[in-house]
Design a protein around this ligand. Structure first.
Ligand code: SAH
Ligand code: SF4
Length: 355
């Protein structure tokens, strides 16, 4: 049966028009779905009972199942584990940040990009999430914590590469935009150039964050093999032509790997790379993991400070991600969708690149 949560707002309107009238009833149903995230037709209490029955005969409204919620970490963040009908597992993270709340969503189960410092990639390509699987992560967390939309940020920084699941991510964005301003939503990409150019054509765009992670082509190819397909200089050109609304910045994400890309000389090189770009840098000290190559370590606090200082001296705006959820293995690059140990055969080739 057709799951209404897999439709874009325009498709939903068309599907409903076939069996629902008058138009204000359609508006009510859209509100139940796209604003309130209702998961049963029966909960749509302002609809006549026979309409609810007719809808239930014709359509499904289904979200992924929450199978585990971790206890809150010291910073209050919690990881939500969901099971999908095909037994895939995905994760989302609830992150209270004072007045505001951030919700980190997955866009794919697994990731084909295979960055060598990222645990998600070890599970292989996985598959694209459907719009209902993306929306369901958000609404499960929103309902549980009763987060007000005005105080919510959404970040696509969980499992997967959102620009390799463009259509479904955009369908979910169109729903989120009903209640959350585009400037409160951030999509993070490993630098899929055609996806960035396609995003640029949308009438309403989320913020764009790009994982640069290395100050030069050679090192970026080492830790992000996708660089061979989408070269760093071409990526920088794509970022320079990306249209930015007034007051908005690109975010340049930069994972700091001890002794590899965290020196003050690396900071100077990064500053040159992004010169003239309307952006801020988000430095992300590596979240270490036993599955990562042994040499991949988090820099010392002194090294992080020196790196940041070197950027600031060059007029670069920079923040350091405090790695929300680190204590519960819910931080960036630690979303793996399973609690069991990683399968060896999948991690071996990734390690091999550094052997
Ligand atoms: N695929 C997208 C979004 C998900 S990854 C992307 O790559 O941008 C979100 C962020 O986590 C990226 O900036 C990535 O570089 C970072 N990340 C991945 N593994 C990490 C790790 N082990 N420690 C710290 N950050 C990591
Ligand atoms: Fe995929 Fe992003 Fe992890 Fe790279 S960092 S493997 S693109 S999820």
């Amino acid at each position: 049966m057709l799951n209404l949560y897999d439709l874009t707002p325009a498709q939903l309107e068309r599907a409903l028009t076939e069996i629902v009238s008058p138009p204000f009833r359609i508006r009510q149903i859209e509100e139940w779905l796209h604003v309130r995230g209702a998961d049963t037709f029966d909960s749509m209490t302002n609809l006549p009972r026979d309409l609810r029955t007719r809808l239930a005969e014709r359509f499904a409204i289904a979200f992924p199942q929450v199978v585990e919620v971790t206890p809150p970490a010291p910073d209050g963040s919690r990881k939500y584990l969901f099971s999908l009908p095909d037994a895939n597992r995905i994760e989302a993270v609830y992150m209270p940040m004072g007045e505001r709340t951030s919700v980190c969503l997955s866009s794919q189960a697994g990731c084909a990009v295979g960055c060598t410092f990222c645990v998600t990639g070890f599970f292989g390509a996985g598959r694209n999430l459907t719009p209902s699987e993306i929306l369901g992560q958000f609404f499960a967390i929103q309902r549980e914590h009763k987060i007000a939309f005005e105080q919510t940020n959404i970040v696509f920084m969980g499992m997967g590469e959102p620009l390799l699941n463009f259509e479904n991510v955009v369908a979910s964005l169109d729903v989120f935009f009903r209640s959350i301003a585009p400037k409160r939503i951030t999509l993070s990409t490993a630098g899929i150039i055609p996806g960035i150019d396609q995003l640029a054509t949308l009438p309403r765009r989320p913020n764009l964050a790009v994982s640069i992670n290395a100050p030069d082509r050679k090192r970026r190819e080492e830790i992000m093999p996708i660089t061979r397909k989408y070269p760093l200089d071409e990526l920088m050109m794509a970022l320079r032509r990306f249209p930015l609304e007034k007051g908005r910045d690109l975010t340049i994400e930069y994972v700091l790997l001890a002794g590899y890309n965290d020196s003050t000389a690396d900071a100077a090189q990064l500053a040159r790379l992004i010169r003239g770009l309307q952006c801020k840098v988000n430095a992300i000290p590596l979240n270490p993991d036993p599955k990562l190559p042994q040499w991949m370590l988090r820099p010392s606090e002194e090294a992080i400070d020196a790196f940041v200082e070197a950027l600031v001296e060059r007029g670069v705006r920079v923040t350091v991600r405090r790695s929300k959820g680190r204590d519960i293995a819910a931080a960036c690059g630690q979303l793996r969708g399973k609690s069991e140990p990683l399968p060896r055969h999948k991690s071996a080739p990734v390690h091999g690149r550094h052997a």
